[in-house]
Every structure is written in structure tokens, then in C-alpha cells.
Design a protein around this ligand. Structure first.
Ligand SMILES: NC(=O)c1ccc[n+]([C@@H]2O[C@H](COP(=O)([O-])OP(=O)(O)OC[C@H]3O[C@@H](n4cnc5c(N)ncnc54)[C@H](O)[C@@H]3O)[C@@H](O)[C@H]2O)c1
Ligand SMILES: [Zn+2]
Length: 702
């Protein structure tokens, strides 16, 4: 089953909002067909148009002359070159059911079953008529209002698939769609921004803007796909042939002349004998949409035999022998709020767009790929831009381009990283895709640097550069190797004299005796930062018990839910060899002052619970207290980092928290305490100065 298109409607309550909607739709459509620069995305336009239609059905006497309903191009396009046969739009269906109803109405009208249907992609570009005289392309005309279009012959020569000369010197008009492939779109925007022009928001706008632009100092390429042909005065014998051939054979004939059709794409037109076969074709084309190198917005189904088309005839806006089976919109406009730089397994540094979440085709999109830094430059993307986002099928959403005419002037440039965002090393920018110079070692450098960091093992003198040096020399393949570094090997490294070597070894020696909470934190298990690591360490007391815990036991730790527990268990299983290595190197694996909980399932567990908790901390000064620290610390607390202060609170039996609430027991307020102090006062929470607090926890200050 092909997904039903969302055909929601903008509700219009009264004549005034109806009139405003007509005006807005007309303005949008005029911009859409002229330059591609509409302020609405297609989904928004279609909802507005459906709202207008719904209102007109309810109030037929109020229909405004300027209404877009029932007109080709919503009445917003014009032209002065008459079409020999009107160039119409298409009616839509949005579901199999509606499609089946439509086929029945066609067959009722012609009084017989339709013998064959042509099922083809609905190419998302602009309709043009290409007039060939004796094999030479001499005029290119837009659809305009359907009866007359605009002469855009200046574009001849810039459109792939539309040859200036045919293989045979025939006279005929070929009709089809001009569009930009994704590749042509990217190239067009690169050329545009290089010339200081605003980028196109999407391929369709690119094609619309390019087709009508004259006198540009540069040329950008487009592609043509034919989907029909008709005779012109002077066609001679061809007039009868084109009038009698089934549609599918007209396409084959046109392709034979050297004009491009969709026949050489993944979504080649096909004929189908039954409604079931048509629907299978619809499903097949819809399923290939995401992978196509150009945009489609539906599937067009046409009666194939010439007689059926002739007998069905046409309305003023659309033929009765064809229908567009619309697919859901895959493009929406939303705001670019940030850019993240992620480092892949091999060190590739890839930007990712952070978007104001937007619903596209049934899923919410909050991130989109930006490929590489050059891509950002080429599209002149800026933070705060309204951007066109594309998401079809299972593909990763991508940012097409900014919608430049929606800029407010508040947009800011996107900053590129100067060093690897993961490990801090230099970036190799010589290729389009940036790469951390550490390549596959990037993760290793980052994880060793993290383990040595201040809140983990706190190894002084082991910054990122030194870590890179150790990794490059092959001395370290994980952070456990730090504990078995040999003095001689270190002395052999550049810039490692006796003093720095001995200082480093001494710092590592100190790190060997860090409490479990820090060693655990150093493992870098996802979702276990310093405070979570402390909670885990205080709950289990030893590494053995942490490693032995199953997901259920882990959930007893405050702040660990079901999903996180499972993830931690899985990650710890992977880290088992590293943990064993740390144990072998004599690294501390216990949390001082904490007794391990009884083994799960034993009677002792209940006894301990009755006793008021498993950590036996009831004699501690901050027992069962939630403590918030704010403002500048003075006295004995002054030299402690926030993390060390939090550790102190926990050693003294409390839990630390960063925000004041009714559950807060104590606020330690230093100078410039501000809003947290005011809130604590309002809630009647006990407030102490840093000095008073230092006294309370004096035995735990080391
Ligand atoms: N964003 C805006 O402001 C805005 C304004 C106006 C219209 N629009 C969009 O334009 C659409 C309506 O445009 P429309 O009136 O041009 O109709 P349409 O694009 O929905 O359908 C008719 C057109 O389909 C094209 N087509 C593609 N493949 C074809 C094939 N194989 N056979 C026959 N025709 C084929 C032809 O160009 C034809 O003119 C709406 O979906 C709307 O979203 C958007
Ligand atoms: Zn790196």
C-alpha cells in the first residue's frame, strides 16, 4: 500500500479569511512559477488551496474572480505565445480508493473499459513545450496559463535531453518537464554562490528560476524528460500517426528521435492492463522515489489508447484521461538552529544540521546531514536560516539549501572547528571530507585523554598532545597501558626529559589510588558522567559488584532507568578486558567508606533495607540530605572544583544536586548566590555559608 498523502486543510472561517487566503495563494503561486521564490513550501500551499476549495464549495456565491481554483497554475502564470492545444494541469488522487473511483468515472464516460494504462513518474519540475521544425529546435515555451505561455527559447542549449537537432527532420511539438537533478542542483548552487547570488532553495525552484533568467553571467545545466508529443502545422503525415498512436508508443517514437524520456531511468513508464497492475506500478515507482537522482512528487496514470483519450476529453484545468496519484510531500521548510560536528570511526569529521523539529512524511525530523564543510560554504548556509529539508523513505534527511528570500539579516555564519572536536588533534582539510589527523586512533586519543581528565583519573601533565605522542609511539592502546609505562621508553620520546618523565610517572602513580567512582567514570560508559559514576560507585562499592550486576540491579541506582541499565550492562561487557587489565595493573577498584550491598536475593538484603538503606551512612553529617551549592566558595572550599565539592558532599552521606526544589535539604550559598538563594528562601530551605558548611563536613575535608 502506498502511504496516503496528508491532505489536511487550512480552515477558513469567514469571507475575510477566504479573501486573505486567495490573496496569499495567488501571491505564492506567482512567485512559485516566476522565480521559484515562493514563501510557502508545497505542502503549505496545497493545504491553503484545499482550504480555499472547501470554502468555495460551502459558499459558491462568494467565489472571487481571482481564486486559483480550477485554473492552470492557479491563474498566476501568463504568457503571450499561444499553445496549439491547451497545456493543462492534472487532477489528483491521494489513495487507491480514490484512484479506483476515478478509473470507473473515465470508463463510464467513454462507455467501455480502458484497454491499457500508462504508469509514469510525475517529474517535479516545470512543463515546457519544445517546438521542432524540420528537426531543429526553434522555440521553447512555458505552460503559462495553459492557453499561452512565455517564450524561454534563450534556455535552448542549457537543457540536457533536449537536443537542438533531431535524428530525423520532422516537425512536431514535444512536451515534457524541465528539472534539475540533485547533481545539477548542487552544481547550480555552487556556481550561484561563487557569483555572489543567493542559492536556490530546492531543485524545482532552481529549474523555475533558471528557465526564465536571461543574461546571467554564468550558465547552469538542467534536464528535460519528454512525456508527450503532438503535431504542429507542417507535421504532414506525422499528424495522423501522432493522433493515432497509443501514448506509450508516442513516447517511444520521441525517444527514437533523440529526445530524453524517463525510459532510461529506474522509474521508466510502463503500461498496465488492469487496475491491480497499475497499483503495483504505482507502488514500485513510489518505492524507488528516495533513491532517484531527481525529484518526483507522484505517479501519473494515463489512458494509453488514443481513442480513449480522445473520447474522455479535457476540462478547462485538466485532461479527463489522466490523473496524478500524489505522493506525500518530502520537503519542508524549517529553521537551522545549530551545526554539530561528529567524528566517525575512521576520523571523518562530518557536520550535522540541528533543526527546529519538523514533521515530514509521518516522522519528526530534528537532524539532517550536511555532508561536508565545503557543502556548507557552497550553499552559503547560515545559522538561523530557514532551510528546505528533504526526507523520503529510509534515507537520512538532508538540507537542500537555505530559503534565501526568507532571510531576516539576523542569520550568523556557521563556525567550523579548528581542531578535532573529539580528540583535539589537528584536522586534515585537504580533501572535501575533513578528517582528524589521528584517523582511526582518534577515538583512542579521545578516550585516553578523557580518562586522564580532571574529573576522572586526574593525571597532571597528560594533555591531549602528550596522549597523541604516546599513541603515535605505540606505547598506549588503551588507558590501562598508562599504568605500565616504562621510564626508559618515555625518555626516548621527544620533549620528554628526566623531570617531565618522572613527574608524569608520579602523577600516574597517584592515579592508581583514585576511588572507584573516578576509575569507573574514566571508562567512559555512555550516560555515566561524574555524578552518575559516583552514584554507581557508592551503590556497589566495588568494581566486581558493578560488573556482576544485571540490568535489574543497576536500576536500583537513582537515575538509571530500564533502557539505560541495559545499555550500561552491554557496554560493561565489552569493557571487560580493559577492566581486567586495570585490575592487573593494580588500579584501585573500591569506593572508600562504602560497604558493598548484600548479594541480591539474600535475606540480608531485607535486613539492610529495614536498617534504612544499603550504604550504612546514617551516622554521616549529611545523611539523606539533598545539597545544592551555589555562588562563589570561600574558605576551605575555595580551592575545590564543583566536582570535588560534590564528591565531598557524597562522602559525607548527602547527594548533590544543581537545582533548588522542595526536596532540597540544604543550600550552601557563597557570594553572588542570586536566584537559587532567593528560591531557597522562598521555600524555607536551610541556607548555610561556605564556612559553616566546611565545619559541618570537616572530617571529610582532606
Ligand atoms: N509553494 C508554492 O507556493 C506553490 C504555488 C503554486 C503551486 N505549487 C505546487 O504546484 C503544484 C501544482 O502545480 P501544477 O498546477 O503545475 O500541477 P502539478 O504539477 O501538480 O501537475 C501538472 C503537471 O505535472 C507535470 N508532469 C510531471 N510529470 C508528468 C507526466 N509524466 N505526464 C504529464 N504531466 C507531468 C506537468 O508539468 C504538468 O503540467 C501543487 O502541488 C503545489 O504544491 C506550489
Ligand atoms: Zn580526533
Amino acid at each position: 500500500m502506498v502511504a496516503m498523502t496528508t491532505n489536511s486543510v487550512v480552515p477558513l472561517a469567514d469571507a475575510a479569511s477566504y479573501a486573505a487566503a486567495v490573496e496569499e495563494a495567488t501571491r505564492a503561486a506567482a512567485a512559485y512559477y516566476a522565480t521559484g521564490g515562493s514563501t510557502l513550501d508545497d505542502d503549505a500551499y496545497d493545504r491553503l488551496a484545499r482550504g480555499i476549495t472547501a470554502y468555495e464549495e460551502q459558499h459558491p456565491e462568494e467565489v472571487l474572480a481571482g481564486s486559483p481554483t480550477g485554473k492552470v497554475a492557479g491563474g498566476a502564470a501568463t504568457g503571450d505565445v499561444p499553445h496549439t492545444v491547451p497545456m493543462l494541469s492534472l487532477d489528483n488522487v491521494f489513495s487507491e480508493e480514490q484512484f479506483v473511483t476515478w478509473t470507473a468515472s473515465v470508463e463510464r464516460r467513454i462507455g467501455r473499459p480502458v484497454a491499457a494504462w500508462s504508469v509514469e513518474p510525475k517529474l517535479d519540475g516545470l512543463a515546457v513545450a519544445a517546438r521542432y521544425h524540420e528537426g531543429r529546435l526553434d522555440r521553447l515555451i512555458t505552460r503559462g496559463d495553459g492557453t499561452a505561455g512565455e517564450d524561454v527559447s534563450h534556455a535552448i542549449g542549457a537543457v540536457l535531453g533536449l537536443p537542438e537537432r533531431l535524428g530525423t527532420p520532422v516537425t512536431l511539438e514535444v512536451r515534457g518537464e524541465i528539472l534539475m537533478t540533485d547533481e545539477q542542483f548542487d552544481a547550480a548552487n555552487a556556481t550561484r554562490t561563487a557569483h555572489g547570488a543567493a542559492p536556490f532553495a530546492n531543485p524545482r525552484n532552481g529549474a523555475a528560476g533558471t528557465l526564465r533568467a536571461k543574461d546571467r553571467p554564468y550558465r547552469v545545466e538542467m534536464t528535460f524528460f519528454a512525456y508527450g508529443a503532438l503535431a504542429l502545422p507542417g507535421s504532414g503525415a506525422l499528424t495522423d500517426t501522432l493522433g493515432e498512436l497509443p501514448h506509450s508508443e508516442v513516447l517511444r517514437y520521441v525517444a527514437g528521435l533523440g529526445v530524453r524520456t524517463a525510459a532510461d531511468t529506474e522509474v521508466a513508464p510502463r503500461t498496465a492492463g488492469t487496475v491491480e497492475e497499475v497499483l503495483a506500478g504505482v507502488e514500485d515507482i513510489a518505492g524507488r522515489r528516495a533513491a532517484l537522482p531527481f525529484g518526483i512528487d507522484g505517479i501519473v496514470i494515463k489512458a494509453d489508447p488514443a481513442a480513449d483519450r480522445r473520447d474522455a476529453g479535457s476540462g478547462t484545468r485538466a485532461p479527463r484521461w489522466a490523473i496524478a496519484y500524489k505522493l506525500p510531500a518530502v520537503e519542508k521548510v524549517t529553521r537551522l538552529i545549530g551545526v554539530e560536528w561528529n567524528v566517525g570511526r575512521t576520523g571523518i569529521i562530518a557536520p550535522r544540521a540541528v533543526l527546529e523539529p519538523v514533521e515530514i512524511d509521518g516522522s519528526t525530523v530534528g537532524y539532517a546531514t550536511l555532508h561536508n564543510p565545503a557543502d556548507i560554504t557552497r550553499r552559503d548556509l547560515r545559522l538561523g536560516d530557514q532551510v528546505m529539508v528533504y526526507k523520503a523513505g529510509d534515507i537520512i534527511p538532508r538540507v537542500q539549501a537555505p530559503v534565501a528570500h526568507l532571510r531576516t539579516g539576523e542569520e550568523r555564519p556557521i563556525e567550523f572547528p579548528r581542531s578535532c572536536p573529539r580528540c583535539g588533534s589537528e584536522i586534515d582539510t585537504s580533501e572535501q571530507r575533513w578528517r582528524c589527523t589521528q584517523g582511526r586512533d582518534c577515538r583512542l586519543v579521545a578516550s585516553v585523554s578523557y580518562a586522564a581528565g580532571r574529573d576522572q583519573l586526574d593525571i597532571e601533565g597528560l594533555g591531549a598532545t602528550r596522549v597523541v605522542q604516546l599513541v603515535d609511539a605505540g606505547l598506549v592502546t588503551d588507558f590501562a597501558d598508562l599504568f605500565t609505562l616504562e621510564r626508559e621508553r618515555l625518555l626516548g620520546l621527544e620533549r620528554m626529559g628526566e623531570t617531565s618523565t618522572d613527574n608524569l610517572l608520579a602523577a600516574i602513580e597517584t592515579a592508581r589510588t583514585r576511588p572507584l567512582s573516578r576509575v569507573f567514570c574514566a571508562l567512559g560508559v555512555r550516560g555515566t558522567g561524574r555524578s552518575m559514576s559516583r552514584r554507581i560507585a557508592r551503590h556497589f562499592a566495588t568494581m566486581d559488584r558493578i560488573v556482576a550486576a544485571d540490568a535489574e540491579e543497576l536500576q536500583q541506582v537513582d537515575g538509571i532507568g530500564k533502557e539505560k541499565a541495559a545499555a550500561v550492562v552491554a557496554e560493561l561487557a565489552e569493557l571487560a578486558p580493559l577492566i581486567a587489565k586495570l585490575v592487573a595493573a593494580g588500579v584501585g577498584m573500591t569506593e572508600p567508606g562504602v560497604t558493598p550491598p548484600p548479594a541480591p536475593g539474600t535475606v540480608a538484603e531485607e535486613a539492610a533495607d529495614a536498617d534504612g538503606g544499603t550504604d550504612g551512612g546514617s551516622g554521616l553529617p549529611l545523611h539523606a540530605m539533598k545539597v545544592v551549592v551555589t555562588g562563589a566558595m570561600t574558605g576551605p572550599l575555595e580551592k575545590l572544583s564543583r566536582n570535588e565539592t560534590n564528591e565531598l558532599i557524597e562522602r559525607a552521606g548527602g547527594t548533590s544536586s544543581s537545582s533548588v526544589s522542595t526536596r532540597t535539604s540544604l543550600l550552601v550559598a557563597g557570594e553572588k548566590a542570586g536566584s537559587k538563594r532567593a528560591k531557597a528562601e522562598a521555600l524555607g530551605i536551610r541556607i548555610v555559608s561556605p564556612d559553616e558548611f566546611a565545619e559541618m563536613v570537616a572530617p571529610f575535608l582532606d
